[in-house]
Design a protein. Structure first.
Lengths: 224, 114
């Protein structure tokens, strides 16, 4: 882990090569308009999340699936003198944290979270709770000057089909650039390595993607 | 992914810091060069009678001095402008840009025709 803490910057240098890199980052003349997005499953690790946020990763927006989400304090009041444990995610002075739509933020567990870099001067992030409100799903609107796009962070818990159903039921504006990224926990010959059995709900994901005119960004067959 | 604004997709296992999942990185390239625009020019101040006494009490901020040369006059002129600006900023409210929401409903049709 200590070694990897020193290496995230390597992604931003044009001449570095990641073993799994599918295409090399290129320098764009419009540097002000490049927004780097990272998606990672943190497996509920508090330490890894703190390390990630403190390591200055090559991203302006980080989407996390299975974030660490635990007790961060206790709420007391006159009517609740014993106090109630309050849940929350990892905080960092360098990052704004964004929770998904939770019925009760203090007691409902979030399965996705997002962070946006506080020092970014070019975009603002808005959590579209009017569009999606689910502990495993969040849609962010990123506004860059007169331009905007949507990022949807997905964690499909195979024991909870409501996440995918909520995603399928949400109507996204087809004229707005959008990316759906996360951990779908779904195997399909369309994107999975050869030999993996097809998930029984995979066709619903494929149908939804086709219906929404989505392209697959990751190379087929490469495990993520 | 919708649209072709997302590029430079990278699967990186190091960036996930030991998680059993790889980190996915992608870059959004805005079609427009969204360099930050300069702030709108100031609209000036709302000069109202109730601020007159306070404004007069705070002005001038610098005592006037003799002006024997042309350069002194130019310098004093600039100082005077600065004094007016600073005193106004201290005592008056700034004018706000036009907002359609501030228009009474009875004038909405006229606003739309404009």
């Amino acid at each position: 882990m200590a070694t990897t803490l020193l290496t995230p910057h390597a992604l931003t240098t044009p001449d570095s090569k990641s073993p799994d890199a599918t295409c090399q980052p290129t320098l764009n003349p419009f540097l002000m308009s490049n927004i780097h997005i990272m998606s990672v499953n943190m497996c509920h690790s508090n330490v890894l999340t703190h390390a990630l946020l403190a390591s200055d990763p090559p991203a302006d927006i980080i989407l996390i699936q299975e974030p660490w989400y635990g007790h961060i304090g206790t709420r007391w009041s006159d009517t609740d003198p014993v106090g109630t444990n309050t849940l929350g995610g990892v905080a960092s002075p360098l990052w704004n944290f964004i929770y998904p739509g939770l019925v009760n933020p203090g007691t409902t567990w979030a399965k996705v979270m997002a962070y946006s870099r506080k020092t970014n001067p070019i975009f603002t992030v808005s959590n579209c709770l009017d569009l999606v409100s689910h502990p495993s799903l969040m849609t962010l609107e990123v506004i860059v000057g007169d331009d905007h796009f949507l990022i949807t962070n997905v964690y499909h818990d195979t024991n909870d089909p409501t996440c995918l159903q909520t995603l399928f039921d949400t109507e996204f504006d087809p004229t707005t650039p959008a990316i759906f990224i996360g951990n779908f926990n779904t195997h399909s010959p369309t994107w999975s390595p050869l030999g993996l059995p097809r998930s029984r709900w995979a066709h619903t994901v494929e149908d939804w993607a086709a219906l929404n005119l989505l392209d697959l960004l990751n190379p087929p067959g490469v495990p993520t | 992914m919708q649209d072709d604004s997302f590029h430079n997709f990278i699967i990186d296992r190091d960036a996930s810091l030991g998680s059993d999942h790889a980190a996915l990185l992608v870059t959004y390239l805005s079609p427009a060069d969204n360099i930050l625009h300069a702030p709108a020019p100031s609209l000036g101040f709302a000069i109202t009678p109730d601020h007159a006494e306070e404004w007069t009490r705070n002005f001038p901020r610098h005592p006037h001095r003799p002006l024997p040369t042309e350069l002194d006059i130019d310098a004093e002129t600039e100082l005077l402008h600065n004094d007016i600006e600073q005193t106004s900023a201290q005592t008056l409210n700034r004018k706000k840009p036009f907002s359609p929401r501030a228009v009474p409903w009875l004038l909405h049709s006229r606003l739309g025709a404009r």
